[in-house]
Write a protein that binds this ligand. Structure first.
Ligand SMILES: [Zn+2]
Ligand SMILES: [Zn+2]
Length: 127
């Protein structure tokens, strides 16, 4: 690599790092002024996030977090219902279909309808 190429590579890296540092400094300053922003930033787990935090990047991360929230809320509800009647793991719904055959997300009414074609079960139930 020629000295000129190295020079340009380091200049480019320095420019990128300067932009990153400037953006982080802005967030630190604003977070100090706004405790709600500080709290929101503290809740963002960047471990699996990739790319920049522009509107599209944050939108994608938001969609992923909401999907994970909904899937886990449905799984938690499935467990809660099983525990409530002390049903063994593997116990099917009263419609005879497995809990996994039911909705992967709670409906707005908090139900887990069966997804099996023509079943008609409107809510997962073990009794
Ligand atoms: Zn069912
Ligand atoms: Zn069913």
């Amino acid at each position: 690599m020629s000295n000129t190429t190295l020079h340009l590579t380091y200049l480019s890296a320095a420019w990128s790092a300067r932009q990153q540092a400037s953006a982080l400094q802005l967030l630190i300053t604003r977070a100090r002024q706004d405790p709600y922003l500080a709290l929101a930033l503290a809740h963002i787990d960047t471990t699996e996030m990739k790319g920049v935090l522009d509107a599209a990047g944050m939108g994608a991360a938001l969609a992923e977090a909401e999907a994970e929230r909904d899937l886990n809320a449905a799984l938690a509800e499935r467990c809660r219902r099983r525990e409530a009647v002390q049903a063994e793991p593997g116990t099917p719904c009263v419609c005879r279909h497995s809990p996994a055959t039911h909705a992967r997300r709670l409906t707005a009414q908090g139900k887990l309808p069966c997804r099996h074609d023509g079943c008609g079960c409107t809510d997962l139930s073990f009794v």
